[in-house]
Design a protein around this ligand. Sequence first.
Ligand code: ZN
Length: 409
Amino acid sequence: MDTLPPTPSVSLQRAGIVLPGSVSRAPLSIREGRVASSPASWAYRVDLRGHLVFPGLINAHDHLHVNAVPPLAHDAPFANSYAWIEAFQSHFEQATVAAVLRHPKALRMRHGALKNLLAGTTCVAHHDPWHPVLDAADFPVALVRGHGWSYALGWPSYGPPVKDSFAATPPDKPWMIHLAEGTDEAAQSELSLLDQLGCLAANSVLIHGVGLHERDIERIVEVGASVVWCPSSNLNLLGATLEPRRLHAAGCLTLGTDSRLSGARDLLEELHVAMAQGELSSAQLLALVTTEASRLLRLGSRGSLMPGAPADMFIVEDKGGAAADSLLGIDRSNIRAVVREGLPRIADPDFAEWFDAAGIDVVPVMLDGRPKLIARELAEPALMAMEPGLEAVPARPGQVYDLRMEVQQ
Ligand SMILES: [Zn+2]
């Protein structure tokens, strides 16, 4: 079996490559971790007939370090997020919650990243203080970087002060804040308040926006700011979510999961929840988590598979029809392979040769009951133990795991 050179060139062949607005049947070349404009003289070829290759999804809102914390059980919707935060304080003292929070923060951050990666999400906007682990070379996902943030207007004791943080953020970088996360008057007043503070601009990224009035939405459109729609979290906490069409039509909308404290399991599930709202088509929703997220979060060529873009992608079976429809009804265990910087990270066992050719050591695991191979650095026991549905496959005594056996299956 050939082994790839240190900067592997790869050619993905016979697949449908999902580009903005079209599907290309030409081979996709990957060189030095990026999509290449021309094929290399030598490349490892992956035959992907019957498959679609999507750009890695972009999750516009998460809190990576709290995805293993059990959600707060509650009977009735909260009027706003501040009521939820208040109710949450006693929840932190529960034994199960305290046990999760005893894990080192770096590990919890990696877990949040792994949650995203398993579902084809390769770039995340993390909304909380930066942490050194986010700069580690082996961190599982790419991140929105260089942005500014505040937490929320109604909870100023946490996170950078609103006006200072906004002023310190360059206009070509996003500035994020939770806003109008509620259905009551307090939530409904927040857009005007932010505007009065002088913190509503083209780079303002407003998370949630459930309490936005029509006139608020028009003001957002006027300045070219954006809103991150998190329907699962909104419906769970508030029993309501925003009406996305006007913001979508104006190019001011993207989609995020929030953490599992309130949101969906992952961005694939969030897409299904958004789809169930019946407001936007599958193709429109796909754009929200790829090209639109990239544009609004100032991520350059990320979110597409155009030449020069990071070779972050995921592969699924082509069900025929519109490309985005192949994501409907699938969950993370149906993803055939997730690729970052041109290298497979988790994939079905029949891709064993690709891992091997790239020199990536793998561990066999089960993901939601399906066998997968995962890169060894993502399979540390403490990390895997935090993710429900992801389990190591115990090796039988004396058995040496042989990749080639998997290829023959
Ligand atoms: Zn949030």
